[in-house]
Design a protein around this ligand. Structure first.
Ligand code: NAI
Length: 455
């Protein structure tokens, strides 16, 4: 049988695109080497959120006193949390399998490799069989980057070092955890292990945590975690990893952090090796597939969505990219607006952002007004956050007062940011948002209130 579409990889980009394609009438095949749901569902977004929710409940038990609630001595069962995480993942992976089946999508559980082009379409080998598709959507995702720092790869082999994959199956809470890389994965895991009792040290080569996060916001986040005992070594370069320590250079001096486990969270790389791209001439740049804003590659009929194109590396971007690719296959012009994709760091407090930061706006030479407002303007925030120091920050074009970016740290930030993404995507002006009514009492009211500070 010749498929209308073969999707290589069943993560958020792949399974969602397959569903849209089937709904659009395309006979679709998904080829997945590991488990449906990809990194997001099996070793990323969902498992970490499951762990972090347990940590949040544990944190509440420790701080209930401030709200007039006294708990007995709470204890934390990490192994139970891992079992529950596995149950959550199993339920959701099963859900995807069911949804694909209901739409008549075929699924092959094997590693697929593109082998070339025949008279009827692209050929892909998987599990000893050959499949043909008129169109091809490559969604092979990304894997943790483990650069050739002396001892780093050996540490993963011995179990002393872990990537996002291994750490989510750890059964014991390490007494001392070193996190290499203060980006999204590093901070979320530092948050969890700090809450459940590890001594956590974050080694970051830049002079700030949170990568491209607005500096004012990442500063508040760092202050929160430093207060809770996380040690941040900024501007520190890891030089080697031993069997019980991480060696680094800081201010020209060689230092060591002795620990029981090491998390390697220094970025991810697109998975394109072994996919057979060369057999049909798909162009890559530094290992990632080159795509345009319709998710087309340089080869007609071949598309790529999700982490494999190296553009945004977020599950929600992957969903959208997969949908855009399928829409275009079905003859509807659609494009991804990369400027209005929100991002979240699920620490406690949460960080959420969309659009230009103060730093990125300045780097682009944009004339902007930046306005920071405390979340304490919200009655609900004050009621629920003793001593909270959350903020929302607006980045607005000076001339037209158009909303270019919104950044926040505090309760519910992850759930509020979609509305801000809408404002940025639709190029709303401050005056548009002022005319909207926000529910009271909520934390999101501060976003509207902040607009009045712009003038
Ligand atoms: P990242 O790119 O977010 O952060 C990596 C950090 O490591 C950077 O701050 C970088 O300066 C630092 N670094 C690089 N090399 C280093 C070295 N040799 N020594 C010390 N520091 C070094 O990468 P991360 O945290 O691994 O996450 C990977 C991807 O997964 C990201 O693209 C992220 O978007 C995605 N992700 C998203 C989540 C979310 O949306 N909540 C959660 C987890 C991952």
């Amino acid at each position: 049988m010749v498929y209308d579409l073969i999707v290589l990889g069943g993560g958020p980009a792949g399974y969602n695109a397959a569903e849209r394609a089937a709904q659009g009438g395309m006979k679709t095949l998904v080829i997945e080497a590991r488990a449906l749901g990809g990194v997001c569902l099996n070793e990323g977004c969902i498992p970490t959120k499951t762990l972090l929710y347990s940590a949040k409940i544990y944190d509440y038990s420790k701080h209930g006193e401030a709200y007039g609630v006294r708990f007995g001595a709470a204890s934390f069962d990490h192994s139970f949390v891992i079992d529950r995480k596995n149950k959550v993942v199993k339920t959701l992976v099963g859900g995807i399998g069911g949804a694909l089946k209901a739409l008549g999508i075929d699924v092959v559980k094997a590693a697929g490799k593109i082998t070339g082009r025949g008279p009827e379409g692209f050929t892909v080998e998987a599990g000893g069989a050959e499949y043909t598709g008129r169109q091809l959507l490559i969604c092979t995702g990304s894997s943790a980057s483990v650069p050739p720092i002396p001892g780093l790869r050996e540490s993963v082999a011995s179990g002393f070092g872990m990537t996002n994959r291994e750490i989510l199956d750890l059964r014991e809470i390490p007494k001392r955890l070193v996190v290499i890389g203060g980006g999204v994965i590093g901070l979320e895991m530092a948050s969890y292990f700090n809450s459940v009792g590890s001594e956590v040290t974050v080694i970051e080569m830049l002079d700030h945590i949170g990568g491209p996060t607005d500096r004012e916001i990442s500063g508040v986040l760092q202050k929160n975690y430093a207060k809770r005992g996380v040690r941040f070594l900024l501007g520190a370069k890891v030089t080697s990893v031993g069997t019980d320590r991480v060696n680094y250079e800081l201010d020209g001096k060689q230092e060591s952090a002795v620990c029981d486990k090491v998390l390697i969270s220094i970025g991810r790389r697109a998975v394109t090796a072994g996919v057979g791209l060369e057999s049909i001439g798909v162009l890559t740049d530094r290992g990632a597939i080159v795509t345009n804003d319709r998710c087309q590659t340089n080869v007609a009929g071949v598309w790529a969505a999700g982490d494999v194109n190296g553009k945004s590396m977020l599950a929600h971007t992957a969903y959208r990219e997969g949908e855009v690719a399928v829409a275009n296959m079905l003859g509807k012009k659609d494009t991804v607006n990369y400027l209005s994709i929100p991002s979240v760091i699920y620490t406690n407090p949460e960080v959420a952002a969309v659009g230009e930061t103060e730093e990125s706006a300045k780097a682009k030479g944009l004339d902007v007004i930046c306005k920071t407002t405390t979340l304490k303007m919200s009655g609900r925030y004050v009621a629920e956050n003793e001593g909270g120091d959350g903020i929302v920050k607006l980045v607005v074009g000076r001339e037209h007062k158009n909303i270019l970016g919104i950044h926040m740290i505090g309760t519910y930030a992850s759930e509020m940011i979609y509305g801000c993404a809408f404002m940025v995507d639709r190029e709303l002006r401050v005056s548009d948002v002022k005319k909207m009514v926000f529910p009271h009492p909520t934390v999101c009211e501060v976003i509207r209130e902040a607009m009045f500070g712009i003038g």
